[in-house]
Design a protein around this ligand. Structure first.
Ligand code: ADP
Length: 583
């Protein structure tokens, strides 16, 4: 949706329609049921006329005798209308919310990495949970009330005009004023609702951040700080909700007072003899009854309007995610078991959210089956360079090729299936160790293959001590495992994937010697016959690399093998000196 349309009701409806379309039969049934319900409410008031004019005034008992039956009949019809409308609409709206949630979730999976670099995950989570829920509410309870009460209002107006159009024309005078007030508060409702959504995003963010860094918070004594931070966003939500409540509280009586004024005018006009002589007592009661009867649905309408506008604002926020540009995946070619010849050809890259390029013309070849190590100070661009190979970001200029194919011409899934990454921050999913090793592998992977990978990655020694072996649950994000154990699982994952290209990101830092030896031997196993790009801080682990590339400030400043570089006495020798000095 374009900004111009932002928050407008009609365009939002148009966008929502495709979600409703598959369930349109139920939707139509709901609308008919609501129309029945609304009309019955109005008919009740109309029923008073024959009761008074025929029954009471003319003393016709049969009119009175029919009334009880009609009343019961009407209530049964009304009850049916109530059930069908509520049930069908809830059914439709739950389906709509489910599709919207799914759409947002899947959209997140297709958005470029840079989208997530600049947004807090709490905000993004809140869109999936809170915003879609608001759409659901607006499209079920609020919509039921709107259509149903809307029908009652229309039917009551119809009855009034039928009885005396002269008296009812007063509504043409009051109507526009009421419409204006409603439009005004609706706009206010939407604005405040948008703020509430943002505030809820803040609440989710703050909570998520605290839970993620829970141990750090405790260790640094950050409880007060976190509590205060949360209090701020929490209070902001309250303030915004109060604004909504205030607008709601003002709009209801304001519209009722307008209605009362209209009623007063009608009573006043009716007191003139010329008007009065044209009215039967029944008509008079019906008109007054209808006007009074209008109060309740109008009150409902102004009340649910807030909820409805919330839904509109939420739908708008959901659609703005769905409108984001997805990661470019225009490549059509596929790679199957490539050899793994990687070439960075004059690669220049700037992060979308910064101005300075972080990589300034990188020229680097990693021949198939060889290992190239990237070293250099932190911030020199090593991780960035390695993240360009799976095409997490788009280059400013230059190109990257695999087996001579520009990676832009390959489909993302095909390119990424050729690459396995083992990084320092191993992400484990809340599942068994076996399933974590076989993460996203197709179902043809056998248990024996998983065990072989686990064996090769030295996962088995610690897994054998666990109560359920490979079927032990690792807990959320693998909290039950040590850093070294998690890394070995990641290595097993890479072994099982059997991808020809490897990216090893600082895979052996901060480990005890025994763990490191196990991991190093697992890695050696993994690297056999594969093209590897290794980012290492510990120079001891990359001495045997075919080529060592020293990076500084986004450029390659030195390259060669360990011996040559040491002998040259340049940047590498300096880094080496520093590390051995430390040790
Ligand atoms: P290294 O891996 O050598 O430590 P990085 O590749 O992580 O270096 O970072 C290189 C530079 O890019 C740093 O200055 C860093 O601040 C910047 N950088 C890293 N990630 C991002 C990002 N997502 N958005 C903007 N700048 C980034």
């Amino acid at each position: 949706m374009s900004e111009k349309n932002s928050g407008q009701v009609w365009p939002t409806f148009q966008r929502l329609w495709p979600y409703v379309r598959p369930y349109k039969l139920a939707f139509v049934a709901a609308v008919i049921a609501m129309a029945v319900y609304g009309s019955v409410d109005a008919a009740m008031i109309y029923l008073v006329k024959p009761l008074i004019d025929n029954g009471l005034a003319e003393g016709n008992a049969s009119a009175l005798r029919w009334a009880p039956l009609i009343i019961i009949g009407l209530f049964v019809v009304r009850g049916l209308g109530n059930f069908v409308s509520t049930y069908c609409l809830a059914w439709v709206s739950q389906h709509v919310v489910r599709s919207m949630r799914q759409a947002v979730f899947e959209k997140y999976l297709r958005l470029p990495v840079s989208y997530f670099d600049t947004r807090s995950s709490g905000d993004l989570i809140s869109k999936v949970t809170y915003d879609t829920e608001q759409v659901s509410r607006a499209s079920s309870s609020a919509l039921v009330s709107m259509v149903r009460d809307g029908f009652t209002v229309i039917a009551l107006l119809f009855i009034m005009f039928w009885e005396s159009w002269q008296l009812s024309t007063i509504f043409f005078l009051v109507g526009p004023v009421v419409a204006w007030v409603i439009a005004l508060v609706s706009r206010r409702f939407r604005k405040v609702s948008k703020n509430i959504q943002a505030a809820m995003g803040g609440v989710t963010s703050a909570t998520e951040q605290m839970l993620k860094g829970h141990k750090n918070v405790l260790a640094f004594g950050g409880q007060t700080l976190e509590a205060e931070r949360f209090d701020k966003v929490n209070n902001r939500t309250r303030q915004q909700n109060m604004k909504l409540a205030a607008a709601q509280a003002i709009s209801q009586p304001a519209i009722q007072i307008l209605g009362a004024m209209a009623l007063a005018v009608v009573l006043f006009v009716a007191s003139f003899d010329s008007v009065l002589s044209n009215l039967t007592p029944g008509s008079f009661v019906v008109i007054i009854g209808a006007m009074m009867g209008l109060m309740t649905p109008v009150r409902h309408l102004t009340k649910v309007n807030a909820e409805f506008q919330r839904g509109i604002a939420a739908a708008h926020s959901v659609f703005s995610v769905l409108d984001e540009v997805e990661a470019a995946d225009e490549g059509k070619k596929t790679l199957n078991q490539c050899r793994g010849d990687v070439h960075f050809d004059q690669v220049v890259f700037t992060y979308p959210n910064s101005e300075e390029p972080v990589l300034k013309g990188i020229e680097l070849a990693v021949p198939a089956g060889r290992t190239v190590a990237l070293v250099g100070r932190s911030g020199s661009g090593k991780t960035t360079l390695s993240s360009l190979l799976p095409r997490f970001y788009e280059l400013d200029s230059g190109r990257i090729t695999v087996d001579g194919q520009d990676i832009k011409e390959l489909s993302l899934s095909s390119l990424r299936s050729q690459i396995a990454t083992v990084s320092q921050q191993v992400v484990l999913f809340n599942d068994t160790i076996a399933n974590n090793i076989a993460y996203a592998c197709d179902s043809s992977v056998t248990r024996a293959q998983i065990e072989a990978a686990a064996e090769a990655a030295h996962v088995m020694p610690f897994v054998n001590d666990l109560p359920e072996g490979l079927d032990t649950l690792v807990g959320e994000d693998g909290v039950l495992l040590s850093g070294g154990q998690r890394q070995r699982i990641a290595i097993a994952r890479a072994i099982l994937r059997d991808a020809p290209i490897l990216i090893l990101d600082e895979a052996t830092s901060a480990l005890d010697t025994e763990s490191e030896r196990a991991i190093q031997s697992a890695l050696d196993r993994l690297q056999q016959g594969r093209t590897s790009l290794v980012i290492a801080h510990r120079l001891s682990t990359i001495e045997s690399a075919d080529e060592i590339v020293v990076m500084d400030k986004g450029a390659i400043v030195e390259r060669g093998d360990h011996k040559t570089l040491l002998a040259a006495g340049g940047a590498y020798a300096q880094l080496h000196q520093m590390q051995f000095g430390e040790n």
